[in-house]
Design a binder for this molecule. Structure first.
Ligand code: KIV
Ligand code: NA
Length: 270
């Protein structure tokens, strides 16, 4: 393990070269991004992009533990953060501590992420004062889909002050960084300038201290829908379908397996 950044290192990157962050859920993708990313997040988006759930509410501790441990095996350079799933931290600071400690112990994560601003400040303070680094997440918080009433942009107009208050609250509570999801560009920039901890944007602003994307979105692997903020850098979903169609054709016309894929009865050479 050389040069793996710690949460304090990440905090110190405020205002510097933007932090590169991606999600991962399995060892091979983690290996792919390890040397390019500062932070790899095992996001609860795993529920939607890997398990086919309609939202993140059905994600469990067990899922985060298994995917977190798999991702950790693919990393040697990047810092790993694991999302706390819905229902694992909201009840009390004690519940949050118990589950955060479990996630860190089982997965080897350096920190946890949880959703919420003012309402979660006491919990963030409880965790950070007991040796659990916390990445916060404000603006659009997908676990709150049922009370937010949809995946809408947060902090427009009259709602702006609420998001600012949330961002300030998580900083005051000790979070080492904060994800800003789906908030207007000007509000993202205002929060980035106001806070002394790094802001990590997704659907926020190029002015944030870092950016994060869901890896399946950026690779074009998750195609059920494409959020406006997700830029596709590859078309793995389409490429995979083309490859599978060719395989199906090859099997049906017996051109696969070819001679180089089959075995002779006796070893005749080498
Ligand atoms: O679960 C996730 O992938 C996330 C990122 C989009 C920030 O929380
Ligand atoms: Na998440």
């Amino acid at each position: 393990k050389i040069n793996v950044p710690t949460p304090s290192d990440i905090r110190a990157r405020k205002g510097g070269t933007p932090l590169v962050c991606l999600t991962a859920y399995a060892t091979p993708t983690a290996q792919m991004m390890d040397t390019y990313c500062d932070i790899v997040l095992v996001g609860d988006s795993v529920g939607m992009v890997v398990h086919g759930l309609p939202d993140t509410l059905g994600v469990t501790m067990e899922m985060m533990e298994l995917h977190g441990a798999a991702v950790k095996r693919g990393l040697t350079q990047a810092m790993m953060v694991v999302d706390m799933p819905f229902g694992s931290y909201e009840e009390s600071p004690e519940q949050a501590f118990r589950n955060a400690a479990r996630l860190m112990r089982v997965t080897g994560a350096a920190a946890v992420k949880l959703e919420g601003g003012v309402a979660m400040a006491d919990t963030i303070r409880f965790l950070t004062s007991r040796s659990i680094p916390v990445m916060a997440h404000v603006g659009l918080t997908p676990q709150a889909i049922n009370t937010l009433g949809g995946y809408k942009v947060q902090g427009r107009g009259e709602d702006r002050a609420r998001v600012v208050a949330d961002a300030k609250a998580v900083e005051a509570a000790g979070a080492f960084s904060v994800v800003l999801e789906k908030v207007p560009e000007s509000l993202s920039d205002e929060i980035t300038e106001t806070l002394s901890i790094p802001t990590i944007g997704i659907g926020a602003s190029a002015g944030c201290d870092g950016q994060i994307l869901v890896v399946d979105d950026m690779l074009g692997l998750f195609t059920a829908f494409k959020p406006k903020f997700a830029k596709r850098y590859a078309t793995l979903g389409r490429d995979g379908e083309v490859a599978i169609a060719q395989y199906a054709k090859d099997v049906r016309n017996r051109s696969f397996p070819a001679p180089e894929h089959v075995f002779a009865d006796e070893v005749t050479t080498k």
